[in-house]
Design a protein around this ligand. Structure first.
Ligand code: ARG
Ligand code: ZN
Length: 454
């Protein structure tokens, strides 16, 4: 009997089907962002400890990730781009790792068995840089003149912490962020404590409800902070760049009434903690519905505040399972703006619909069907927002107000802290209305070009 040399045996084992079958996949299967997320495990909690110096732009980080294996794992990936990794442990044992683009490939010393809960600790440091999205916008850790604007949709979370970077995998978060005294670090959820010593302040935040990685923030700057509890018992924390304060004040003052109005229309506010971060970040060009605490690149308009607040229900509490379904976020948040103006003495939703329908056939509005943007480059374009809202308005006129608002509330309630798909939304609409709505949704969500009749 021939003996196989040890080195050859190891090679065979590494290359064999058994080995391949126990590696977590490099992506979550999203056609628009194939490398986003990873397979083989499910994150329960991220505990992030960060230190940032706005002058040198140096970040020190430690991420403790608690996850559960969904298969036997000899190897798994995290998404992490840029920063230098200084060490990884799985449990108490040092793990091997290598970098491959945005994939951080971790090989634990001991194989993880299916359903095993495990803890990965990643230490890292360096100068974080944002990524440029397929649409050309910046996303991730975006330095500002006094700190950083930290927004992760769709891909940027991986620029500042190692993550399972796809909304399919939601988790709770703790943040401990240390910055120079006089600077404020604002994350999601509720502020648990703040301590200054030796010229530095440490802020501790907790986001208790499950959150997609792209909705996490640790925005840093010289902010004016305002904290209060609303008549509904909601804890509000607003952080505002003083240069934006005068313009922001009249809009921010409306936050409690906007959230109360949205709660009356969509159902109970889904999270502990609320508020806003108003930064001055002219290089960004968008606001983001960071969970519990939307992030604005400048003083927002009331419409933008209503929009980002509505995302707390639609997009944050009810998350996407695939980026192709982005109209479930943006169409809903846009329609919330239409409803708000309608119920506050402005244009009716019908007027907004009619004005858009009047757009000529070659207008941007009709560039592609909202439920099929075609690629990650188009997920934040007009059809997703405007025609997505038009689809909801068509639903409303088809089923009547009572059923329509019942559908919105049931959607938010049934999928809260979870996920929803376009097919599930259509199914719910049919069930609650008792109507066949396939043709309506097909026309407004899936058909190219301007629909023949409004
Ligand atoms: N979700 C944000 C909004 O409500 C838009 C984010 C745009 N992000 C980007 N990388 N272009 O409107
Ligand atoms: Zn939006």
């Amino acid at each position: 009997m021939a003996t196989i040399p040890v080195a050859v045996a190891a090679l065979l084992a590494a290359a064999g089907p058994a080995a391949a079958g126990t590696s977590g996949s490099t992506g979550a299967g999203d056609p628009y962002f194939p490398l986003a997320g990873n397979g083989g495990y499910d994150v329960r909690h991220y505990d992030l400890t960060l230190g940032y110096d706005p002058d040198s732009r140096h970040l020190d980080g430690k991420a403790v990730i608690t996850a559960r294996a969904t298969q036997r794992l000899t190897r798994f990936d995290l998404d992490f781009k840029g920063l230098k990794v200084t060490g990884i442990t799985v449990g108490h044992t040092k793990a091997d790792f290598r970098r491959d683009g945005q994939e951080l490939v971790v090989t634990p010393r001991h194989t993880l068995h299916k359903h095993q809960e495990f803890r990965v600790t990643v230490t890292y440091q360096g100068t974080p840089k944002p990524v440029t999205d397929p649409d050309g916008s910046l996303d991730g850790w975006i330095p500002t003149d006094d700190g950083a604007f930290v927004a992760g949709e769709p891909q940027g979370a991986m620029t500042w912490f190692p993550a399972n970077n796809h909304p399919k995998d939601k988790a709770s978060y703790d943040f401990t962020v240390t910055v120079p005294k006089g600077t404020t670090a604002v994350a999601n959820g509720v502020l648990r404590g703040q301590r200054t010593s030796h010229g530095h302040t440490t802020f501790r935040w907790r986001a208790a409800e499950p959150m997609a990685a792209y909705l996490a923030t640790a925005t840093i700057g010289k902010f004016k902070v305002e904290q209060y509890t609303t008549p509904d018992g909601l804890k509000v924390y607003n952080a505002v760049d003083p240069r934006e304060a005068t313009a922001a004040a009249p809009v921010l003052k409306k936050l409690p009434s906007v959230l109360a109005w949205e709660s009356s229309v969509f159902g109970p506010y889904p999270f502990k903690g609320a508020g806003s971060v108003v930064d001055r970040a002219p290089q960004v060009g968008y606001a983001l519905e960071t969970q519990t605490r939307p992030l604005y690149d400048r003083a927002p308009s009331l419409g933008t505040l209503v929009h980002e607040s509505a995302h707390q229900w639609f997009g944050d509490s009810v998350s996407l399972t695939t980026w192709k379904d982005i109209w479930l976020n943006e169409g809903f948040a846009t329609y919330a703006e239409w409803l708000y103006t309608e119920q506050h003495g402005g244009k009716t939703a019908q007027q907004n619909f009619d004005a858009l329908y009047a757009s000529p056939a070659d207008s941007d509005v009709w560039a592609f069907p909202p439920a099929n943007p075609g690629s990650g480059a188009h997920i934040f374009e007009t059809p997703v927002y405007s025609r997505g809202a038009m689809a909801l308005h068509k639903l409303r006129t088809a089923v009547g107000d009572k059923t329509f608002f019942d559908i919105l509330r049931t959607w938010a309630a049934d999928h809260h802290d979870g996920h929803g798909t376009t097919a599930q939304f259509i199914h719910l609409s049919q069930r609650l209305s008792g109507k066949d709505l396939h043709a309506l949704f097909h026309t407004w969500l899936d058909t190219s070009g301007k629909p023949a009749s409004p």
